[in-house]
Design a protein around this ligand. Structure first.
Ligand code: NDP
Length: 467
């Protein structure tokens, strides 16, 4: 292609999950494609998100697994955890994956620029380090998101905090970590650090973590944090952070409820924002939302006909597989021979708390708002493995949200070991429109935790009528 007099048919800004997929598919469809990345090829998921986080989850689980092994008769002794050794192995794997992403782009014929790119107008891209400029037929904004922190005027001492960007570069294991927030990142890292033996405190402004999730998931995770040894402080925010004398805890955090907390590491996990600052959206005429995300339609089109956006920068669903699908659909539609768009309903996801959350579809509250009649099936039980554990208090929670008129299962919510693995499979059935009767007709796999999802027979009756 590139016969319209432009340097490139497509210029992708941002080499994360969505951008890389789109660039590769467009190039394989014959387009002349370039991609620019200001940090590292692979984006948040590979470099400082899902991938290294999951390795940290695995590492943190061994502490309790060692105890479980003892309870099951093994004579094992933990001699400690070598945090620097683990981190260096983890980074070596991240480097390997980033290299694969780079090679895949090169093999597809994509020109890769490892520097910041900005739009000068809707058909011109400028590279910030080399000063090169290119004329381009189409632009894909795939710059993702970035952790948000309050400004120093709002939170004096905020410069002493880190975000999920820096947490992967800690050189030593914290001794006393305080985490602000009650979302995915705060809950996952609270479990990671508690599992690694760090004294961990989570400070959340609401009363129950994981706002937006089903209520039973929220309460199970909230209790699970406390059972894991995390000190959970609710209805409070950071007012100020001071440096203090103290080798182990150089910082003192003053909370809005008067509590003071000492810490050596403070992690702000209070949300992410679309990475659109200084990107040139104003110069290209691209409309942004109040929160700074790029406004797009179902086909990832912005208000400017030749500028598109996918992934976290659009603030639809901030998940890697969603960005990948959006990028793929864009490239197939615009440069390939298949027109399609990604459907944003029934997207299953996992939260890697310990135990995990697996969720797909509507929460009970959403279903009660949207549907005339809702049937709820839920169970909470002690999984079989716990029977031989000394401290075997962990409970599993499973819940089906069913359209009472059609019997379609419109939501499934699980808090359990391997819940994320379970929900991937259940997500297929839910996406296909499975009914409660089809769950009932499915024979159990015994003995498993997952079998309970097909053996719930009794509708749950609320003690008081839901509002
Ligand atoms: P979330 O939006 O999930 O959570 C942000 C948390 O910060 C909420 O508890 C929120 O409180 C709180 N908060 C927001 N503003 C303030 C403030 N000014 N002061 C105090 N607290 C505040 O963001 P995360 O950063 O945890 O994650 C971002 C996104 O990344 C997620 O939505 C998810 O899509 C994705 N992600 C996915 C993962 C996965 O798939 N496993 C893992 C990690 C991230 P409130 O609840 O009251 O609004």
């Amino acid at each position: 292609m590139a016969d319209l007099g432009y340097d490139y048919d497509l210029f992708v800004i941002g080499a994360g999950s969505g951008g890389v997929r789109a660039a590769r598919i467009a190039a394989q469809s014959g387009a002349k494609v370039a991609i620019a990345e200001e940090f590292r090829i692979g984006g948040t998921c590979v470099i400082r998100g899902c991938v290294p986080k999951k390795f940290m989850v695995y590492a943190s689980e061994y502490g309790s697994k060692l105890q479980e092994a003892r309870d099951y008769g093994w004579d094992v002794e933990a001699k400690g955890f070598d945090f620097p050794a683990f981190m260096s192995k983890m980074h070596a794997e991240v480097d390997r994956l980033s290299g694969i992403y780079l090679r895949n782009l090169a093999n597809a014929g994509v020109d890769v620029f490892e520097e910041r790119a900005e739009m000068q107008d809707a058909n011109t891209i400028a590279l910030k380090d080399s000063g090169k400029t290119f004329t381009v037929d189409k632009i894909l904004i795939a710059t993702g998101g970035t952790p948000w922190r309050p400004a120093p005027e709002e939170l004096p001492g905020v410069e002493h905090t880190i975000t999920s960007n820096e947490v992967f570069n800690l050189e030593t294991l914290p001794k006393h970590i305080v985490i602000a927030g009650g979302g995915y990142i705060a809950c996952e890292f609270a479990h990671i650090f508690a599992g690694l033996g760090v004294e961990t405190c989570l400070v959340y402004r609401g009363d129950t973590v994981l706002n937006g999730f089903d209520w039973d998931v929220r309460t199970a995770v909230h209790e699970g944090l406390k059972e894991a040894g995390v000190r959970v402080i609710t209805s409070a925010v950071f007012d100020e952070i001071n440096e203090v004398d103290g080798e182990e805890c150089p910082y003192c955090i003053h909370l809005s409820n008067g509590t003071k907390l000492n810490a050596d590491v403070i992690l702000m996990a209070v949300g992410r924002r679309a990475a659109t600052d200084d990107l040139g959206c104003d110069k290209a005429g691209v409309n942004l939302s109040e929160k700074g995300s790029v406004i797009v339609d179902d086909a990832s089109r912005t208000n400017i006909p030749n500028v598109f956006a996918v992934g976290d920068v659009t603030d639809r669903i901030q998940l890697t597989p969603v960005a990948i699908r959006e990028g793929h659909a864009f490239a197939d539609t615009v440069f390939g021979d298949r027109e399609w768009s990604f459907e944003h309903d029934f997207v299953a996801s996992g939260v890697f708390t310990q135990p995990e959350v697996g969720t797909v579809g509507m929460t009970e509250a959403e279903a009660r708002k949207a549907l005339d009649k809702v049937d709820i099936y839920k169970t909470r039980f002690k999984p079989m493995k716990q029977a031989l554990l000394e401290d075997g208090e962990e409970r599993v929670m499973m819940k089906l949200v069913v359209n009472g008129e059609t019997q379609q299962v419109v939501g499934v919510h699980i808090v359990s070991p391997e819940a994320a693995e379970m929900i991937q499979m259940i997500g297929v059935a839910v996406k296909m429109g499975v009914t409660k009767q089809q769950f009932d007709q499915t024979c159990a796999v015994h003995p498993t935790i997952a079998e309970e999802i097909v053996t719930m027979r009794h509708k749950w009756v609320p003690e008081t009528e839901p509002a």
